[in-house]
Design a protein around this ligand. Structure first.
Ligand SMILES: Nc1ncnc2c1ncn2[C@@H]1O[C@H](COP(=O)(O)OP(=O)(O)OP(=O)(O)O)[C@@H](O)[C@H]1O
Ligand SMILES: [Mg+2]
Ligand SMILES: [Zn+2]
Length: 448
């Protein structure tokens, strides 16, 4: 390195700034800028991976996804891992990233290399025994220095590599400390080059930390082909896997797992899981047939309301539901349906630790709140879906037939739905079609 230039890099999004500032001017986060050696001075351009050639001469079959053996993961990836692709698996500490990947490595056909930069080989072996993942073709290396890792990839010659985690790997020639933006980006870039050159798929683990002490996965979004987010409530067994970026397929599929003693188990029938502990006849509970990707999920929404103390703003607390969405729905309930929610503290949540942002959930949230306020339970065989507009209208949402057939499959008999919604296929579900929120409340037996 002839000279090193210092710049200020955001640990959240990776944007470089010539001067220090309190706020990143790219992503708007506060206090995320740190001093680093400029990447331009340390990056080196390797040889071209392949010469230019006609697109007609390229064999598309080389990029067909390879099934991973984990059904829920394949679903999210649109079939499996594409040769030569680089996937980033992000998630909060302890959510189960290493567990998922060890199971993937165990199921992988052929020789696989697991680089553990965080745990000792003994720790991994212990976990592998618990997960029944011990097999001779699974190679293990406890190493943090990138040059050694690259050398082992050459030596072992695996057809699949996992790096756990990218934030703990470092390249001494890059200068910056491990976990810094320059290190994380520089190491990832070299691993991407290896994947493209050899056709070996690589998965990188990326920690999501709130305090900005490590460069976050967003720093790598542009470099990798696929970004997977592994989520869940720490105290629930349910884990959700979503693709937030995917160069080889759609990003809207949802994978569901349950954390058990011997590892993560796919959840093929999530609705059963969500409704498992449901108590009927209780005020404040409503059931909604929702859609995540192509997948119907029938979930319970719960609300609790208590009179707010005078002279303090009423509380609005949510779990699994967007806070702003709740605020909007409460305003509509107050103004368009004349339900006195302004003076109530409102708690609303989805059951089972699932986070939903789908507009089709709106109507069930409103029904649960009004059921809580009026202390009237909803009929046990009723579901409801629809988006609520600011005028109090109930709007159509996508995939109505899928929602209806899933509700029917689970034994529900009646559904409150937007007026123009397509009908159910069988006769088993009775449609209560509504145009406005007050009509929906009346159809549910909560008013009048
Ligand atoms: N013996 C065990 N029996 C059952 N579950 C376990 C056991 N040991 C660990 N777990 C579960 O596995 C989780 C940790 O999973 P894992 O180590 O894969 O997470 P991670 O995302 O890789 O975490 P980190 O960020 O620390 O690397 C724990 O939170 C716990 O739920
Ligand atoms: Mg781990
Ligand atoms: Zn930023």
């Amino acid at each position: 390195m002839a000279k090193t230039r210092i710049e200020h890099v955001c640990t959240d999004c990776g944007a470089a700034h010539p001067k220090w500032a309190g706020q990143c001017n790219s992503c708007g986060q506060w206090n995320t800028l740190v001093e680093e050696v400029a990447l331009a001075d340390v990056a080196n351009i390797g040889p071209a991976t392949a010469p230019a050639c006609s697109i007609a001469d390229i064999d598309p079959l080389v990029s067909q996804p390879v099934t991973t053996g984990l059904g829920e993961l394949d679903r999210v990836l649109g079939g499996g891992l594409v040769p030569g692709s680089v996937t980033l698996l992000g998630g909060e500490p302890g959510i189960g990233k290493s567990t998922l990947l060890l199971q993937l490595l165990a199921a992988w056909p052929g020789k696989a290399l697991y680089v553990t930069a965080e745990e000792s080989a003994q720790q991994v072996r212990l976990r592998a025994e618990r997960l029944d993942a011990v097999r001779p073709d699974l190679w293990l290396q406890a190493e943090t220095a990138l040059p050694h890792i690259l050398a082992s990839i050459d030596d072992v010659n695996p057809n699949f590599v996992v790096i756990d985690s990218i934030q703990t790997v470092h390249d001494p020639s890059l200068g910056s400390p491990p976990g810094s933006v320059v290190q994380v980006r520089g190491c990832a870039q070299q691993l991407v080059n290896v994947a493209k050159r050899t056709g070996v798929p690589i998965v990188l683990v990326g920690h999501v930390t709130k305090d900005g002490s490590l460069a976050g996965p967003r720093v790598l979004e542009h470099i990798v082909d696929t970004v997977l987010a592994f989520e869940g409530e720490r105290h629930h067994a349910l884990r959700l896997l979503r693709a937030t970026k995917h160069r080889f397929g759609p990003t809207n599929e949802l994978g569901l797992f349950e954390m058990a003693g011997h590892g993560l188990i796919g959840v093929p029938d999530p609705s059963k899981l969500f409704l498992g502990d449901r108590r009927t006849g209780v005020p404040g509970s409503a059931i909604a047939p929702t859609i995540e990707g192509q997948r119907p999920l029938v979930v319970e929404v719960q609300a609790l309301t208590t009179p707010a103390p005078p002279n303090v703003p009423a509380r609005r607390t949510t779990q699994g539901i967007d806070n702003n969405r709740l605020a909007l729905l409460l305003a509509v309930l107050q103004q368009r349906a004349r339900i006195p929610v302004q003076t109530q503290d409102v708690y609303a949540s989805t059951v089972g630790g699932v986070r939903l942002v789908e507009p089709g959930l709106d109507l069930a949230i409103c029904l649960a709140i009004v059921s809580a306020i009026t202390d009237r339970p909803l009929p046990p065989d009723l579901v409801a879906f629809g988006e609520i507009g600011l005028g109090g209208e109930v709007r159509q949402v996508s995939n109505a037939p899928r929602r209806l057939s899933e509700a029917a499959r689970l034994g529900f008999k009646r559904v409150i739905a937007p007026r123009n919604s397509p009908g159910p296929e069988g006769e088993s579900l009775r449609m209560l079609r509504v145009t406005t929120l007050p009509e929906a409340l009346a159809a549910a037996g909560l008013t009048g």
